[in-house]
Design a protein around this ligand. Sequence first.
Ligand code: FAD
Ligand code: SF4
Ligand code: SF4
Length: 463
Amino acid sequence: MDLVTVIVIAAAVGVFALVAFWQHGLERERDAEAEAKLKEKLKEVKELGADKAVAQHSHVHQDKCIGCGSCVIACHEGDVLSVVSGLARVVHASHCIGCAKCEAACPVCAIEVGLGDVSHRPDIPILSPELETSVPGLYIAGELGGIALVKNAIEQGKRAMDDIARRLKAQPRPKVTGVHDVLVVGVGPAGLSALFRAVELGLDYASVSLDDVGGTVFKYPRRKLTLVQAAQMPLVGKIKEGEYYKEDLLKMWGDVVCKHGITVQINAAVEMVTPADGLLETKTNTGVIKSRFVVLALGRRGSPRKLGVPGETAQHVLYELADAAALQGQRALVVGGGNSAVEAALGLAAQPGNYVVLSHRKNEFSRLTGINKQRLEKAVAEGRLHLLLSSQVKMIDSKKVVLHSCDPGGGKELPHLESDWVFVCAGGDPPFPLLHKIGVKFGKAPETSEEERAAGGPAGEKP
Ligand SMILES: Cc1cc2nc3c(=O)[nH]c(=O)nc-3n(C[C@H](O)[C@H](O)[C@H](O)COP(=O)(O)OP(=O)(O)OC[C@H]3O[C@@H](n4cnc5c(N)ncnc54)[C@H](O)[C@@H]3O)c2cc1C
Ligand code: SF4
Ligand code: SF4
């Protein structure tokens, strides 16, 4: 090889090395920039209180993640996940609806959807994998256990009943009049699924519920579109993934109830469940029901949260919107910052002649699903919906509402709002007191011993 060739090859290698070095530097710079942006975003999300999910959510096992981004593409909720420096991260946990599409899309099983570690969560009852509580024979299915969505409620109702059937078979007892195999409480999707499975398996059941068949679905506004993931429901069969009007879901379930002659005692509120002589005695407002097992499928809505302001018991103050189309040419104030409030406000804003204001205590909506966020922004941009952020209702009278701003330095009174209707959609108080009274154990904050308190906190958390 002559000298010129050697020089040319050496120069080419040198240039190649320089380009590679320069590219590597650029990549590192880009990664550092993305990391810094992510940190900024996480800080912002934390300040908004949107970094933690209440129900099930995605969790990335970073040791397994190969950074392919399939989970980000699969997620329809916008900004829940992001791939930074070659690894998927959960950014907006509270925007996660727990649909598990990311989990299905991950080629290496690096993303998991669940409640995470619930041992320290005082709002999640401790359940066995078969959904039995700490009270033997008492099961919890559906959203009451912390897992939201119709599909999950259906799966859990069936899972609980399958376990009960297994135990009934394994420990047969002579039939006693007035003692049922199982009592199902609540007929939302979880209770219905449990009930349908009990019928399918030929169990002797009783069923009670406060509301009509459908539970929370029954209470949705008229013609609300419900996004349901594919599910297999006892007696119903396969429910295809798709958007269903609430009326279609109610018809599907109602037809099964009629066809199989299933009996549900409506307007019956459970007040207590007590273990007695190897049975469970359930006290309702109408009597006592004895059974070997009980499935509580009470959901989490509980009783609607009140504002605690004068005038909120007036007849024009409502706690749910049943039929937006019934209100046209009206002025309405919707109070709340969650999906229910936004869906109610959007429903009202879609009616001709309505003037709709949405009041929210915070200066941003941090817990909305992606689709509700988009619809809200569109309605506001088109002038169909008016936002009063950082505002708080102080008083309601027959025609006007007094609101204050939520400024850190003490709220100022805002111009009075004239309103024919006020919808308070501030969530509900879940039926936890009932569960505590029954003796169901929840996750709890770590206990701090006298010694640890003296040392400044629980072990491992000392400064
Ligand atoms: C506005 C809104 C929109 C939603 N949109 C969707 C969606 O698009 N897709 C989706 O998958 N999920 C959606 N969800 C969530 C879904 O509705 C719930 O996850 C699901 O209904 C939970 O089912 P469940 O059977 O556990 O409880 P619920 O449906 O809440 O049923 C609870 C049942 O228990 C009864 N009950 C309560 N307390 C008592 C008592 N003390 N005694 C007797 N009975 C009692 C009630 O009457 C009711 O029958 C939405 C929820 C809301 C609020
Ligand atoms: S919303 Fe669904 S797809 Fe998106 S992160 Fe949560 S579970 Fe995954
Ligand atoms: S799909 Fe799985 S491997 Fe790919 S980025 Fe998401 S978590 Fe990582």
